[in-house]
Every structure is written in C-alpha cells, then in structure tokens.
Design a protein around this ligand. Structure first.
Ligand code: KIV
Length: 267
C-alpha cells in the first residue's frame, strides 16, 4: 500500500495549481474522524454545524468556543493524514481582531488542529489579517454564511450577489486567507470566484467548478433525516436505515432471548 503524505496547508494551497480536486468532510468525534481519515479525504472540518447535527439545535449560532475545542481536540487526535480545520463559532471573532486572535490561538493550542475557519470576507478582512499574521492559517467562508441566519431569515437562501461574493473572496485572499469555502451560490458565480483568486475554493452547493468540495458527513452518509434534501446534496449511503434496522434486530433478539446465544457467552 502506498504511504500517504500528510496534507499540510502549503500542499492544500498547491493543489489549486496542479488541478487536483480537494475533498473535505466534517467530523466531530474521534471514531468518525478516524474512519474519514482512513478513507483518504484531504481535509476534515470540525464545523460549527455540530450545533445542528450533533447537538440537535436549530442553527449553528449557539455553539461555544469551549464546545468546538472539545470536539476539535477529539478529531485532531484521531487524524494522521488530513488537514484539520476548526470553525470559529459565532461571536468568538466578530467583536475585534484581538478577540479573534485569542479564540483562534486557543483552538490551535488546545485542539492540535492546523487551521481555523471564519465566516465573512470584506467585513472580516482586518480579522483575517490579524490571524494570518500570527501564522495561524485561516480559511474564509463566503456566499451563504449560516451564522447570519437571523439576518438572512433562513439557511437555504441561494446567494446571487456576484459583486458581494467576489469582493468578499478577493478581500479574504488579500488579507491572507489560505482558502475559501463558498456556500450556496450558483455554479457560474463559484466558477468566476474560483478563477479570480489564487487560493483554493471549496464549495458546498456551489457547483463543480470549485477547486474542491465539502459536505457535512451526516448528510453525505444519510444519517441526517431524509427530510433534509437540498438540491446540492448527494447521499452516498443510507446509514440511518442501516443503523435503525441493526438496532431493531438487536432489540428484538434481546426480547426473544436469541441474543446472547452460546457463541456470544463465556463458559
Ligand atoms: O459548519 C460546517 O459544517 C460548515 C460546512 C457546511 C462548510 O461550515
């Protein structure tokens, strides 16, 4: 078996020029991070989507810095190959560049992750610069920004303001972001942004012309409820069904006395 080289920020950035597409998924705990890393993804994001898919909340807004650090540490400890990026939660960086630097510093020191991600471009330029100048690699998230849910009025709104998205992307790049996440924009806009910046673009609901793709693992593996079905989502498995069926069978075998049988009992 070929030995993989660990994904680093410079290798991630260099992938753009080489035409190699980058794959990214989310993880929130040790076991899943190990599985995803073994599957060979280029990057693992400890997303603040944990507020929704792990904590069962209505948005990412309530996630705290301590919570993301708790999950980030478990993920980073499991991963040996992929680049680990951790989200800066809502209101842990918007107050000032100083606050952002302290939050990003805690994430890097306490989790062992290699990079952080924040939402915004032009408005967050000074903050991106402060984090990057402290040698903490920072990814910016443009297009639909889930932490702005109250302003947007919902999560599913496709962002079509090309001038805004391009300005955010270019401002983030100029401020020192090493990569961009582009969420929920028409594919033509994502293609234009990808051509306009020299850093890799990682799309979610942004079409095939980005330099890479990210999906929430619970969505791509079919753990999320089937009612969550945005057009951009491709489910690669139906783990919700498989898990429900397995646990139903176990419960039934316990009730009927089929489990444990002789094979699963100590003499
Ligand atoms: O929090 C998250 O999981 C994210 C991805 C959807 C990109 O930001």
């Amino acid at each position: 078996m070929a030995t993989q080289r660990r994904m680093t920020v410079p290798r991630f950035v260099a992938a753009k020029g080489s035409g190699q597409k980058l794959s990214m998924v989310t993880a929130y705990d040790y076991s899943w991070a190990q599985i995803l890393d073994e599957a060979g993804v280029d990057s693992i994001l400890v997303g603040d989507s944990l507020g929704m898919v792990v904590q069962g909340k209505a948005s990412t807004v309530p996630v705290t810095l301590d919570e993301i650090i708790y999950h980030g540490e478990m993920v980073a400890r499991a991963v040996t190959q992929a680049l680990v990026i951790v989200d800066l939660p809502f209101m842990t960086y918007q107050v000032s560049p100083q606050q952002a630097l302290e939050s990003a510093g805690r994430i890097i020191k306490e989790t062992g992750a290699q990079a952080v991600k924040l939402e915004g471009g032009e408005k967050q330029a000074a903050t991106i610069r402060a984090i990057a100048e402290a040698d903490i690699p920072v990814m910016a998230h443009v297009g639909m920004q889930p932490q702005s849910i109250s302003k947007l009025g919902g999560h599913g709104r496709i962002q079509r303001d090309i001038d805004r998205i391009l300005a955010d992307a270019k401002a983030a790049e100029a401020a020192g972001a090493f990569a961009l996440c582009i969420e929920l924009v028409p594919r033509q806009i994502a293609a234009e942004v990808t051509a306009a910046v020299s850093i890799p673009t990682i799309g979610i609901g942004a079409g095939p012309d980005c330099d890479g793709q990210v999906l929430v693992t619970h969505d791509l593996l079919g753990i999320s409820p089937p009612s969550f079905a945005p057009k951009f989502l491709k489910r690669y498995a139906d783990l919700r069904c498989i898990a429900t069926e397995a646990v139903r069978t176990y419960a039934e075998e316990v009730r009927t006395g089929q489990f444990p049988d002789a094979e699963h009992s100590h003499e």
